[in-house]
Write a protein that binds this ligand. Structure first.
Ligand SMILES: C[S@@+](CC[C@H](N)C(=O)[O-])C[C@H]1O[C@@H](n2cnc3c(N)ncnc32)[C@H](O)[C@@H]1O
Length: 451
């Protein structure tokens, strides 16, 4: 299945270890991106071993742009969007999923920290690019860019350019211009090739030169919190613009302050042990389970009743965020499989049961209703849940299923103001299940009855 990818650059070149004050800062950056990727169902692909061994002719900054697509192919990665991230960046633990903001375009952030440097760099490469007039209002940093398969031919041609003119470019880079590596040539090539670049994502995604912007400080006038601005307001923190050999020290200090937020969630260990909708049509999607977990993880959930637990795939997630799960299904075969799958989940009680019989459960914080799929069955089920457990949180999937039974019922309940949606969860319209059927709307929702 295609996934969004973070292509993270973290080559530790022993030769430059002193210059950079060691490479521990790369380990810190890596931990943050790994955590963020796990949390957002994004594939983390580290680029740690150079493709070309001659690192003078092929600086790592060049290699990341030249070989990103080759690497993904070599690793058999099926990708949607690719976020190329230099290893001097840390991502905040709860930064939202940036891939939802890109409109599937080439995304970059303007480089406006040192305008004289940028200008000198532009002038330095101008002749090489046949006097092309580079528009500096579109000039972006190359250490944080997002692109997708439609940009592969662009990167292929950039690679061709470099291999055709390696010596010339290396001379400009190391002797003549001495302003950066691949960044300015990449900007020329983007503009020469008319690549539509989205540059309007918030700067919080690229907090650079933070010391110069007082982002390490806090609001001493209000004095109600000493949390530095960059932690409060930034999503990606870039540690550059100061002496390179101080990077490990500075990033270690930040890690000591915030590292506890990057503890891997128990979901990480569970999510890969269950089925998801793209391989087993009866279950929910991976995203549905992640969203459900994220919504519930900080809430106090005692009892959960799950009607139609099927083979225990979502049950296993529910067991992580509640004290007790009462999971039932009409099918003895499914219950057998579910029990096997949930071995070790001591707080789950499985039962073969028809939802249409009597219920005897302690008051639940949450009811997950997924046993009945015909219009009348769902209405009856919901009415019974409402009269028996009026205060419980209700979870339903199949809202966006093309059979279109859950959706009209929910729409009616919303219209008559009988329910309040707490969160829409799961995959979006267009997602394809294992049986080839496509969702016509959002997969599911979490709601409450309004009394
Ligand atoms: C779509 S599956 C549920 C998938 C499950 N929620 C998950 O996340 O993996 C629906 C389940 O409802 C069960 N079912 C159907 N009619 C039922 C009934 N009357 N009472 C209880 N379970 C029923 C089916 O056996 C099936 O396992």
């Amino acid at each position: 299945m295609k996934k969004n990818v973070v292509f993270w650059i973290g080559v530790k070149n022993k030769k430059y270890s002193d210059k950079y004050g060691g490479w521990e800062w790369l380990d810190i950056s890596k931990k943050t991106w790994q955590y963020w990727c796990d949390k957002n169902d994004v594939l983390f692909v580290p680029f740690e071993t150079p493709i070309e061994e001659d690192l003078i002719k092929f600086r790592i900054n060049w290699q990341k742009a030249l070989f990103v697509f080759d690497e993904l192919k070599r690793l058999n990665v099926e990708y949607n969007q690719i976020f190329l991230v230099d290893g001097m960046n840390m991502v905040k633990w709860n930064a939202p999923n940036i891939f939802n903001l890109t409109e599937n375009k080439f995304v970059g952030w303007r480089d406006i920290d040192n305008l004289n440097w940028v200008y000198q760099s532009k002038i330095g490469y101008k002749k090489f690019f046949d006097d092309f007039e580079l528009d500096l209002t579109k000039y972006i940093s190359s250490g944080l860019i997002i692109f997708n398969e439609s940009h592969k031919s662009f990167f292929d041609s950039f690679k061709e350019l470099y291999y055709n003119k390696t010596d010339e470019l290396v001379e400009l880079q190391d002797k003549l211009v001495k302003k950066g590596t691949e960044q300015t040539p990449l900007n020329y090539w983007l503009q020469i090739n008319n690549v539509d670049i989205k540059t309007d994502l918030p700067l919080s995604w690229k907090f650079t030169h933070m010391h110069r912007k007082e982002l390490y400080g806090y609001n001493w006038q209000l004095n109600n919190s000493k949390t530095p601005y960059f932690i409060k307001y930034g999503n990606v923190w870039n540690f550059s613009g100061f002496a390179k050999d101080k990077r490990t020290e500075i990033m270690s200090n930040v890690w000591n302050m915030v590292g506890h937020n990057y503890t891997p969630s128990p979901l990480k260990h569970t999510i890969d042990t269950v089925n998801h909708k793209n391989t087993y049509k009866n279950s929910t999607s991976r995203k549905f389970k992640i969203d459900l977990f994220e919504y519930l993880k900080d809430k106090s959930i005692d009892n959960v009743i799950e009607f139609g637990c099927c083979q225990g795939d979502t049950t296993k997630i529910l067991s992580l965020i509640s004290d007790k799960v009462y999971a039932s299904d009409i099918s003895p075969e499914n219950i057998e499989i579910a029990k096997d799958k949930c071995i070790g989940c001591e707080n789950v009680l499985f039962e073969i049961k028809d939802i249409n019989t009597d219920w005897e459960y302690p008051q639940p914080s949450l009811v997950y209703l997924d046993a009945l799929h015909d219009y009348n069955g769902i209405i009856n089920g919901l009415n019974r849940v409402k009269s028996t457990y009026p205060n419980s949180i209700i979870v339903m999937d199949d809202y966006g299923h093309e059979m279109n039974t859950v959706k009209p019922i929910i729409e009616d309940l919303l219209k008559s103001k009988e329910i309040k949606v707490l969160s829409w969860i799961g995959e979006d319209k267009g997602f394809m299940a294992a049986n080839g059927k496509k969702f016509i709307d959002k997969e599911g929702l979490i709601f409450k009855f309004l009394l």
